[in-house]
Every structure is written in structure tokens, then in C-alpha cells.
Design a protein around this ligand. Sequence first.
Ligand code: DX5
Ligand code: ZN
Length: 224
Amino acid sequence: MSIRVNPSILSADFVNFQKDFETISHADAIHVDVMDNHFVPNLTFGLPMVQRMQQISQLPLDVHLMIENSDLHAPKFAEVGVFSVTFHLESSDDPITTAKNIRAAGSRAGLAIKPNTRLDEVVEILPAFDQLLVMTVEPGFGGQALIESTLEKVSAARRRIDGDKLNIWLQVDGGIDESNIERVAALGADTFVAGSAVFKAQDRNAQIDHLRALAKAGFDHKHP
Ligand code: DX5
Ligand code: ZN
């Protein structure tokens, strides 16, 4: 079982993305947060920026859409060639069709749920996806503390994925750092987004390696 650490560039220098990408070369993928100031109360960047990042990045891009009208917009992000496109259940009327459209354009399809959205709302449609993102903070901003009550969804999702033998990655995003990553991995998450925990470090690659080692220890301990 592989463990992935995806730094979130929400904590990067927004006028020096290319330079910052070079400081996180040990990452498994780069997590790219797209926010539209409607679905969340914050604004980052849109498709043209992501397209340009895709041209210059040596690493796969893991795009996390926090926007309204995902059914219309998500496939366009897949069309620029990014590795994965994750959209929120709360901004989609037809998640299965949107997942199909993302996959048809060549990207992995991810489904995200906010802290107050129940896992039961997505379990039936999980087979249409390659990744489930359980938000561990309210989406919108970096640097928030992990909401403990979201973690029971991580363990329940892991049980469901293993029980149904689904080939799907289980990602967590928000408030993940060296103090909790091992514990969250032990609950069954395998893909970790970390913004401030990576970008605040002097040596970001060493921090990525450290986080991955902690997560591996947690996950292996629970899932020998
Ligand atoms: C929050 C974003 C996250 C954010 C995480 O809405 O989806 O990806 O960058 O930042 P940290 O790791 O600092 O909580
Ligand atoms: Zn994110």
C-alpha cells in the first residue's frame, strides 16, 4: 500500500509558483486549490493558471475544486491534462456523469465532502471515483486546526473501501501536520494534503519525507 503526501500550494508564494514547485520535488503530487469566492469565501485562481502550472510542473497535479457548478467546470480542468480532478458533492447535481467526463478526458476523478456532509451520501457512488477526499477542515483557508469529528468518516470510509474491495484512494485535507498524520493514517487515510505543515518548513523536502514516514508507520501499524 503506498502513502502519498501532496503539498498544497495554497501556502506557496503566489508570484513564485515555479520556484516553490522546485522546493517540493519529493512530493507525490502537487495539490492545487481552485476557489471561486462563491462555494467558499476565498478566491485563488482558475483554469488558465492551472493550465500553465501543468505545462511547467515536473510532478502530477492534484486539482481540488472548491467552486460552484462543478458539473460544468470540472471536465475542463481534466482537459488540460492534470493528473486528478476532485470536485465537491455539495456543488454537483450529477456526480456520476461528471466523474465519467473527467475520466474520459484522461484524469483521475475525485469526490470531496465537507465536514458536515455525511459519508452515507456518497457510499453508493464511490465505485465511479478514483479518490475520495474527506475534508478535515471547512474548505477555504490554509492553516486551520483539524476538526476531530471528521475523523470517524475516515475510518468508516476505509472500512467501506476495503469491504467492497474498491480501488480508490482515501485523501484527507486540512490541518494535517507532524502531530496528527500518523494517527490519521492509522484510521486508514493513504493520501495526505499538507499546506502550512510543508511550506513553513526550512527544508520542505525533508518535511515531506518526514510526514510520509510518519504516515507509513501509522498505516502499516494498523494495516500490516
Ligand atoms: C483548504 C484547502 C487545503 C489547504 C490545507 O480549503 O483545501 O488544501 O491548503 O492547508 P493546511 O494544510 O494548512 O490546513
Ligand atoms: Zn485542498
